[in-house]
Design a protein. Structure first.
Length: 185
């Protein structure tokens, strides 16, 4: 099969280009015309594209002035994940990103978040502010009771430790929820 024909077969099989980010080796082998070598090549190309995209869209030293900046960056990373991921953005005193870090990985609808890990990293980086980010694999960005509880706990811990939690952003497939924008912080 030529590359052009194979590309059309893959697009038809996957539905949309966005579905390629979650494809795995076994799924590729089930597609007619793809053997081990082509599957490995294809997965390598996807990973290379992901890394190039992250490098181009790097948040390092960008000043975070609103929650949409956070959403625009993380929607491609978290919007289609099958389980919950909890990231933190660590900011300097001018609200420029020092580092972003994946702190916890959960299940399809739950992530265990512990303040100790979040604030340990903040101290190591000498961060002044933290923005918490996590996804809802369902795509529904309405905060759960647990989301409110952990946000309140983190805000209180940040106040005590003098490292302010300025937002908690929930990422969905096409939209987001900001605790700051909704006056929940």
């Amino acid at each position: 099969m030529s590359s052009k024909v194979l590309a059309n077969v893959l697009l038809k099989e996957m539905g949309t280009i966005q579905n390629f980010r979650n494809i795995n080796y076994q799924q590729l082998l089930k597609i007619k015309g793809i053997k081990e070598a082509k599957a490995c090549t294809f997965l390598s190309a996807i990973e290379l594209g992901r890394r190039i995209n992250q490098e181009v869209d790097s948040l390092n030293m960008i000043q975070i002035t609103n929650s949409k900046i956070v959403f625009d960056y993380y929607k491609n990373i978290l919007g289609n994940q099958k389980q919950e991921y909890f990231y933190c953005l660590y900011l300097d005193n001018q609200k420029k990103v020092i580092k972003d870090k994946n702190i916890f990985i959960g299940t399809v609808n739950y992530s265990v978040v512990h303040p100790r890990e979040i604030f340990k990293e903040a101290y190591l980086l000498s961060a002044s502010y933290i923005i918490c980010i996590h996804n809802h694999p369902s795509g529904i960005v309405k905060p759960s009771k647990e989301d409110y509880t952990i946000t309140e706990l983190l805000v209180k811990a940040g106040t005590f430790l003098n490292i302010k939690v300025i937002d908690h952003v929930i990422i969905g497939r096409e939209n987001y929820y900001s605790f700051f924008e909704n006056n929940d912080i």
